[in-house]
Structures are given as C-alpha cells and as structure tokens.
Design a protein around this ligand. Sequence first.
Ligand code: UDX
Length: 433
Amino acid sequence: MRLSVIGCGYLGAVHAAAMASIGHDVVGIDVDATRIESLSRGEAPFFEPHLDDLLTAGLASGRLRFTTDMAEASGAAVHFLAVGTPQQSGGHAADLTFVDAAVDALVPHLSPGDIVAGKSTVPVGTAARLAAVVARAGASLVWNPEFLREGWAVKDTLEPDRLVVGVGPDGAGVDALREVYSLAVEAGTPFIVMEWPTAELVKVAANAFLATKISFINAMAEIAEVTGADVTQLADAIGYDERIGRRFLGAGIGFGGGCLPKDIRAFAARAEELGRGESIGFLREIDAINLRRRERAVELVVQGLGGSAFDKRVTLLGAAFKPFSDDIRDSPALDVAVRLRGLGAHVTVTDPAALANARRQYPQLTYVDDRDEALRDADCVVLVTEWDLYRRELTPEHTSSLTAGRVVVDGRNGWDAAAWRAAGWTYLGMGRP
Ligand code: UDX
C-alpha cells in the first residue's frame, strides 16, 4: 500500500521504516529539514536500537523516502499522523498545535476516499474534531493509537500486543487499516475496532495505569523507608500474584520521558474540562509521588555525604530517562543532577547515549563520556539510569579503584546492596533499609 507518515520523531520515523520493512511504499514527512536529511541518509536522528538497519534497508529497497514537502503525501491511501503533542507551556493540557498544523497542511493533498490515521496521543474528543476537517477533502479519519516503548520501538511496532482502530459512525477506514497491518493480524495480533473516543482513551488509560503502577510501588517505598522494610522484596512478593505482576513495580527515582508524565497531566486536565476531574484526581497524586522520589534521591546523597553535598564531587551514572534511549525529556536522572548542583555539589554526568542531548539542554552540568573517567575521584556515585554498563558491568571493586569516597546511592534499586556493603561501601537504596 502507499502510505504517508506525517511527523518523523520517535514515533513516526520508526513507523515509516517499519511499514516499509513489511512491504509498503512509504513517504515520511517532517517540517524539520535536518531530521529529514539524516533519515534520508539512513541515519536515525535519535538513539533507537535496530532503526538504522531498517532505514538502510528501506531506502535501498526504494520503498522508503523522506521529505519536507507535504505535497508528496498525495497518492497515499493511508496518511498516519505521528506528530508530537507536548505539554502546553504554562499548563498541564496537551498542546495540539502540531497536530492541527499537520492536518491543515495535509488536507489540500488529500483525495476522496483517503484515510487519515491518527497515532499521536491526544485528548479525547480530538478525533471527532479532526474528522470534520479531513471530511472537507472527502477523506475519513480513524484513530490508531501507538503503544511503543522507546528502546523497543521497532519490535513494538512490528509485533504489537494489540492494534486499536477507532472509527466514526460510518466505520470508514477499518478495511484499510486491516490491510496495512495484515501481517500482524494474520499472526494473531488482536485487532480491536471501537469508536473514536474509546480509542483515544485506550492510550491515555494504558499510560495512566502504568504510571499508577510505578507510583504505587514508589509510595510503598516511602512507607518502607519509615518502617525498615525493603520495597524490592515487597515487589517480588506481591508480583508473584498474577493479578498484580512484577513488571513496572521497579521502585526508584520514578518515571520520566516524553509520554507518561505529560500524558497523565493532559488526561487530568481533559477530565477537568469534561467536568469529571474527580474521577482521575488520583493522577495528580501519582505525579506528586513520582516527583517526590527525585527529591528523595537528593536527600540520600546528602545523607550519605554526612549532611551536606556542598563542594562534594558527585557522579551520576545516567542522563537518559531510561536505558536504551537518548531521550532526556523530563528525565528524572537530570532532574536529580540539577537539584544536586543547586546544593553546591560538583556534579559530573555520564551516559552512553544521551550526553549530546543533555549538553544542549543543561549546559551548566559537567559531562564526561567515559564511565571510568566520570567516576574518578568522586565522593559519591549515584545510579540514575540503569544501563547495563552501570548496573551489570560495574563492580564495587572496580569502582573503589577510581573514586575518592565510598558512598553509592542506588536510584534504580539496580545493584546488589550486600555486594557493595561487603566491598566497604555505604549503600543507600530507594525504599530499602
Ligand atoms: C511509555 C509506555 O510504556 C508506552 O506503552 C507508551 O506508548 C509511551 O510511554 P516509554 O516512555 O518509552 O513508554 O517508557 P517506559 O518503558 O514505559 O518507561 C517509562 C518510565 O518509567 C521510565 O522513566 C522508566 O525508568 C520508569 N519506570 C519503568 C520505573 O520507574 N519503574 C518501572 O518499574 C518501570
């Protein structure tokens, strides 16, 4: 099928490349010329495992190309909207500027019968509004939310847990979407058809649930801290109950990234607009618990350093909001770094993928590419992003050979506390005695 993908960020670039890899003829369109040049060379403009391979193969096959010219969307049967919906500056609601601009730019190039498939995360009610706009060109709109995780985006796109297609009253677009995803559908992926508002809500409900799960265990960590309990053992024990499950019960400095934080805020803001603020008022609490854990990590550093971080050398292992990503949007790791610097610490940050982004956004911090160089002479070491390079490959003994002090704060509960203590370290975890 001929497809266009409008917006070539973490979501759209992967979608375009993945669709080409399963045989579709795809044009990816973005207003950012630098990003388009990079994609056209077969280079992902951000860190995403396996994406470069998919881009190279797609470009070589002739089935994948990238452009800044919206007119090239013309002729595609399905047009995917994959632009960002960031948090509004000065508010909690979603900023729909990019979605509206993309649709306005696309409409002149639509033909009757075309399908516009929204993938961006939007406030419930947006699809119905946009459907009226694309209808002027004789096109129909479906909402096809995307659940990909950064770092696993290629796999999540090609082998999703489920495909959700939200349709309008006439049901238009279902057949086209089933054809786009025929490989996954034939492989048994649930293909669930529903109406627009349900499809829009599925996405935010899923993210709200995941955020709630993380903040739940972090709330238990707060209780563990005043009772001498160990939240990691607690999570293991409750996680054996299949109704609960161990995944996303990792207590630590909490969630960040371009999705969970802004999506729960936008959802709460939308519920308030709809007169149902109280229904998901708990999401404000989820957000607050999450942010408190960053401050808790800072407190642990201060405690470990004997009451003050002033003039102390603190090395943070990690800058990305999670491993296998170079994304620093709302990164808990960098938030902790900035707070420590505010206390007068000499903060050094290292990360295998995210330093270029971090340098741009927080030029006030010191960055060192090499892990061991970053650790040299540190008074305190803080694990904030659980890359294997730190969590699995860094031993207490090796760290001891580099640092000045013997204090570690494990912001991701990723290390074996007993092993660090046995090597002479003061180990401070999140919700662990
Ligand atoms: C998330 C959803 O998982 C995905 O389905 C949706 O499409 C977009 O948002 P992503 O932002 O890539 O994906 O990251 P995810 O793997 O969900 O992690 C989110 C954050 O939660 C990270 O900062 C991670 O470190 C944190 N986290 C995750 C925890 O603190 N504890 C956990 O147990 C799991």
